[in-house]
Design a protein around this ligand. Structure first.
Ligand code: SF4
Length: 411
């Protein structure tokens, strides 16, 4: 299959222009005032989106706050309603791509700093996915296995397009279980008698493993403990045949792509033990991008939105230890304290998304200054064919579940 031209650009290949010196001379307050003034000037033509992991001085300028997919879906509804022409996405590259796919063609999506990529999304390249697909198909040549690809929304538009073209679907950390069930039943076409489904889950092995375990499948660690065979194996795209034997590829139910989130993998089992030592009654709540070992020890596991909701509804006097990105946790700790709820970061490690943090007030002001002067800089645009194919994968996911509740509105 030919690559969908124009989507094989990884964030690291996008060159971020150096900002004029004056942006470095302004104080945080001056930058904040200048951004507010540009927002007023641009009025309803502008919509600023802020991801939950964004830094405080940037997120205060957002019109909508949410997780990546929810923001894009909200923007797709909100941009036509208010007549917005420009969406400035204070998140990372793949999020801006998804916003471009889901919003009308006359809305331009801007990422304030091109160097804000996602290390996890970059771990699954389009060419590697295609190679894996061919090698897996070769292994299954004489067997009755239907391979269905699933990609976490935290992936490039190119990988979403690959999945869309091959009959698969996207998933989020909120709906991964429903998408797993759909795929295990054969996807959009029910399995024939004697046919078996195998899932190729990209790019986050931990979300894939935790979801598969919640569906009763055995991980490699479970198999080691019970001296039985695992239902899943890690496909390493840097090795021939993913580093797996033909027998393993033939037998497992889930092939997990060797990718991970560099933020959530920093949480370790000893952090859970330390949190319980610090406060015996603490409720440990973690994101499913954490490892199996951490998830097993936690009291609750769920998406960013789930964690926020649990903290918002937590009873007065309760104590929580949270395993997700630090900017979100710090805000949750502050807002919880106002209601007499005590929350802390699960670990003292710097669990910060170091790419998202590159979006700062200087870059936000720079793109707004350019817009006000009639120039669009740092536009993210997915080509029409890749967008169409990626949309297939997104729509298959969306058809499985009713729309999620609205993102937080600011202003
Ligand atoms: S937190 Fe992890 S998955 Fe999310 S943008 Fe950062 S590196 Fe990517």
């Amino acid at each position: 299959m030919a690559a969908p031209a124009g989507v094989l650009v990884s964030p690291s290949m996008l060159w971020q222009a150096e900002l004029p010196n004056r942006y470095g001379t302004l104080t945080s307050d001056q930058l904040g005032e200048a951004i507010s003034s540009r927002r007023k000037e641009l009025g309803s033509r502008l919509l600023i989106l802020g991801h939950h992991y964004q830094r405080d001085d940037v997120i205060r300028h957002a019109d909508l706050i949410g997780d990546s997919l929810k923001l894009s879906r909200m923007a797709a509804a909100e941009a036509p309603r208010r007549g917005a022409r420009f969406i400035v996405f204070c998140g990372v590259h793949f999020m801006a791509e998804t916003a471009d796919i889901l919003t009308p063609d006359d809305v331009q999506v801007i990422l304030p700093d091109f160097s804000a990529g996602c290390s996890m999304a970059d771990m699954a390249a389009y060419d590697d996915a295609l190679t894996a697909w061919e090698q897996i198909a070769e292994t299954h040549r004489s067997s009755n296995v239907r391979v269905i690809p699933i990609t976490y929304v935290n992936s490039t538009a190119a990988v979403k397009a690959f999945v869309g073209e091959h009959g698969g679907a996207c998933c989020t950390s909120s709906n991964a279980r429903e998408v797993f069930d759909w795929a295990l039943a054969g996807g959009n076409e029910r399995l024939r008698v004697g046919e078996r489904a195998q899932l190729l889950f990209m790019p986050d092995q931990h979300l894939g493993r935790n979801t598969a375990r919640a569906r009763g499948l055995r991980s490699e660690l479970d198999a080691e403990r019970s001296k039985s065979l695992a239902d899943m194996a890690v496909w390493d795209p840097r090795k021939p045949n993913g580093g797996l034997s033909a027998e393993t590829i033939s037998n497992v139910t889930v092939l997990l792509w060797a990718g991970h989130c560099s933020v959530h993998k920093l949480f370790r089992p000893e952090h859970v033990a330390q949190a319980r030592h610090h406060h015996a009654e603490t409720t440990v709540i973690v994101h499913p991008e954490c490892t199996q070992e951490v998830v097993e020890l936690a009291d609750e596991v769920g998406s960013t939105e789930f964690i926020i909701e649990r903290l918002h509804k937590a009873p007065e006097g309760s104590h929580w230890s949270i395993g997700t990105e630090t900017h979100l946790v710090e805000r949750l700790c502050r807002s919880s304290l106002d209601r007499g709820v005590f929350a802390r970061m699960l670990s003292d490690c710097q669990c910060m998304c170091t790419t998202m943090v590159r979006i700062n007030q200087q870059h936000l002001l720079w793109v707004l200054d350019n817009l006000a002067e009639g120039r669009v800089v740092n536009r993210i645009q997915v080509n029409a064919e890749a967008s169409r194919l990626a949309r297939l994968a997104l729509d298959r996911m969306l058809s499985l579940r009713p729309p999620a509740p609205a993102a937080a509105m600011v202003d």
